[in-house]
Structures are given as structure tokens and as C-alpha cells.
Design a protein around this ligand. Structure first.
Ligand code: EPU
Length: 339
């Protein structure tokens, strides 16, 4: 049954730990529950609304005058077996890392490199979460959603989700038009370790054979060593995307900075590392009043306590400006800024 909260403090609902109010927050525990709630109360979709998952990728810079729709639906079920492939249906409100832990326990390959990414399963396709050479799109078979124009159920195959680096159709054509209710993952019983990311291979080798559980342990240990725990220090993971530039731009920078990390990107372009650019611009570990740049991973902005969303944004703008003046590159936020 949907539960409704009025004038709710969003601090427990965003990993930055900023305190803003929302006029209304509606939780749903299944597709049917969501459908029934929206049908019974048309004011929800008639006004301002958005989906709030785990709040790990959202920075509120003002009170939210509208309705936040928050999935609390749970359930991980095997729905089909095709040879060694297994289709697993996951309700949107599951914690993503619980899904990874479940897959590892059930000896299913595909998402182990995405261990410990904070957030809910329903958010995974939106920004096509990715880490250590794996992206959610590699295993998403389809996404189930409620279409807010028609209140009908829609199932979209992964191939139609326009997945890209931290991109999908849910950030563009379908933004504000659907509510994701479940995802279907295609996992495999066949071992397929992906250890191309050097640091992951090195960490995994310390543990022995590349088993699912060793890979998960290695990813967790790398993430814990670099990324702050939002329960201890408010943050939203990578605040910025890594910029993708034309090859001539990368070549030009490499003549001045031969050690600059760079990776091949689609269409012959080159991906640079925002963390490196920010560190070189002198921001790593710097603190400005209540906010700062994390001391072990410069991509992450942190709330040292009591910060407002506005303060985080002011810091972000300074970082962007300094990177732009040093390298001529404009880095952009990966985080959703809701003002
Ligand atoms: N680097 C620095 N200084 C820093 C941070 C990074 O010099 O402060 C350098 C590293 O030494 C490395 C390069 O930049 O040469 C890339 O760094 P890293 O491998 O740590 O990965 P990243 O590009 O900083 C991305 C994702 C992370 C993901 C890691 C691992 C984005 C925006 N971020 O970070 O995702 O965990 O790769 O695959 O693509 C997230 O989205 O919240 C997130 C943590």
C-alpha cells in the first residue's frame, strides 16, 4: 500500500545529506500499488513530480514543491532460463548492491564488477551505472515502467534504451514520462571474469582464483579505499562525468601533460579523467567551509556536515572554472541537480 509523507525533510533521502523539504513524498511497493495510487489521486501527476530512488545521484539545491515518487518495492526472481543464461527480474526498490550480492551467491555472472555502487535497482538503467569495465547496459534485457501519459505498463528492451556512457533514453525522450518499476537482467552461469581494469586485476590476484566472490571482494576493497561512505561523509559518488573529447584535443594536451590518463571512446573520440584534471587544478582534498573535494578521489565532492545544496553547487562551479582555465575543458556534472 502506498504511503504518503507531507512536508518531509529529505535528509534521509539523499546521500549528500543536505536538508531540504519536499511538499509530498509517495512510496509505492509494486507496479499495481503505483498504478492504483496514481489513478486514485490525479493531482500527483498533474503537479510537479519526479522519481527519487536511493537519492545517491541527486543534489537538492532548494525545497521541492511537488511530489517525489519513491519505490520501496522488493523482490529478486529468476523468470527464465535459456541455456546458461538466466533472466532475473528485480523490483525497482531493491538496493542495487543487494542484487549484486544475490547474483554472486547464486553463482550468476555479469554484474559482479558493479559491486557496492550505491542506489536502487530502478536507477541503474537511468544513468547506465558503470565501473571497472562493466556497465549496467551489458546485462539489462529490459526495463518495466509505468507510462505517465497513459497509465499503461510499458516494457522496453535494452536495445531500445539508447544506452551510452552514463546516458540512456530515461534522461532524454522518456524523462518525466515514465516511472521505472522493475528491471530484467540477463546473467550467465558461465564464468566470464572481466579484469581488464588494471587495478581490479591486481586486487583480485591478491585473493586467488578469479571467482565471483573474489571479484566482488576486490571491487569492494578498491571502492572502500577510494570512495567515501555516504553514511559517514555525505556525497553522491562521482560528481562529474569524465569528458569525452576530439582526438586532436587529447593529443594537444598530451604534448604538455604526457602522463594524462586517456582512454579510447566510441567514434574515435577520447575519454579523459575528470578526477585527474581536478587534482591537477589543485582541488584534491581542498575544503571550503562545509564542503570539499574528497582527498582520495577528486571526482567526488563531499558534505563535511551541515552543507546546503547551494554550497555544493558553488564549489562545483569553482572546480569547473579552474579546470576550464587550466585545460580548456568543460567538465559537466553526472549528478542530477534539482533546484
Ligand atoms: N585520478 C587522479 N586523481 C584523482 C582521481 C583519479 O589522478 O583524484 C586518475 C586515476 O589515477 C586514473 C584516472 O584518473 O588514472 C581514472 O581514475 P579511476 O580509475 O579512479 O576512475 P574514474 O574515472 O575516476 C570512473 C567512474 C567511477 C567508477 C570508476 C571505476 C565516472 C564519472 N566515474 O571513475 O564511478 O567507480 O571509474 O571504473 O565515470 C560513480 O559514478 O559514482 C563512480 C564512482
Amino acid at each position: 500500500m502506498a504511503k504518503e509523507h507531507k512536508d518531509i525533510d529529505l535528509r534521509p533521502y539523499n546521500s549528500f545529506g543536505v536538508s531540504q523539504l519536499a511538499t509530498r513524498l509517495v512510496e509505492f511497493d509494486s507496479y499495481d500499488d503505483l498504478h492504483a495510487t496514481l489513478t486514485a489521486d490525479p493531482t500527483i501527476l498533474a503537479g510537479r513530480w519526479r522519481v527519487l530512488g536511493g537519492g545517491n545521484n541527486t543534489l537538492f539545491t532548494a525545497d521541492y514543491d511537488g511530489t517525489l515518487i519513491h519505490p520501496i518495492s522488493r523482490g529478486i526472481t529468476i523468470t527464465a532460463e535459456r541455456g546458461t543464461d538466466v533472466v532475473v527480474r528485480v523490483e525497482a526498490g531493491e538496493e542495487w548492491d543487494d542484487v549484486v550480492a544475490w547474483a554472486v551467491e547464486h553463482d550468476l555472472w555479469g554484474i559482479e564488477n558493479l559491486s557496492l555502487i550505491p542506489g536502487q535497482a530502478g536507477a541503474a538503467p537511468v544513468q547506465n551505472i558503470g565501473a571497472y569495465g562493466t556497465e549496467a547496459k551489458d546485462t539489462i534485457e529490459s526495463v518495466e515502467m509505468l507510462c505517465t501519459d497513459t497509465l499503461n505498463r510499458l516494457v522496453l528492451g535494452g536495445e531500445y534504451c539508447s544506452f551510452g556512457y552514463r546516458e540512456s533514453i530515461f534522461k532524454h525522450q522518456l524523462a518525466g514520462r515514465v516511472i521505472i518499476t522493475a528491471i530484467n537482467l540477463r546473467l550467465s552461469r558461465t564464468a566470464s571474469p572481466r579484469l581488464d581494469y588494471g587495478a581490479l586485476r591486481a586486487e583480485e590476484e591478491k585473493l586467488g582464483e578469479p571467482t565471483l566472490s573474489n571479484i566482488r571482494k576486490a571491487v569492494i576493497s578498491i571502492r572502500e579505499s577510494k570512495l567515501p561512505d555516504p553514511k559517514v561523509l555525505g556525497n553522491g559518488g562521482s560528481f562529474f562525468k569524465n569528458p569525452i573529447v576530439e582526438p586532436e584535443v587529447a593529443e594537444q594536451l598530451l604534448t604538455t601533460y604526457p602522463d594524462m590518463p586517456h582512454y579510447p571512446a566510441p567514434e574515435g573520440k577520447v575519454k579523459l579523467a575528470s578526477g585527474w584534471l581536478i587534482e591537477q587544478a589543485g582541488w584534491k582534498g581542498r575544503r571550503v567551509a562545509n564542503v570539499g573535494v574528497h582527498d582520495r578521489q577528486a571526482l567526488v565532492l563531499v558534505n563535511h556536515g551541515g552543507a546546503t545544496g547551494g554550497e555544493v553547487m558553488a564549489l562545483a562551479r569553482q572546480v569547473v572554472a579552474d579546470v576550464k582555465s587550466k585545460f580548456g575543458i568543460e567538465i559537466s556534472p553526472e549528478i542530477n541537480i534539482v533546484g
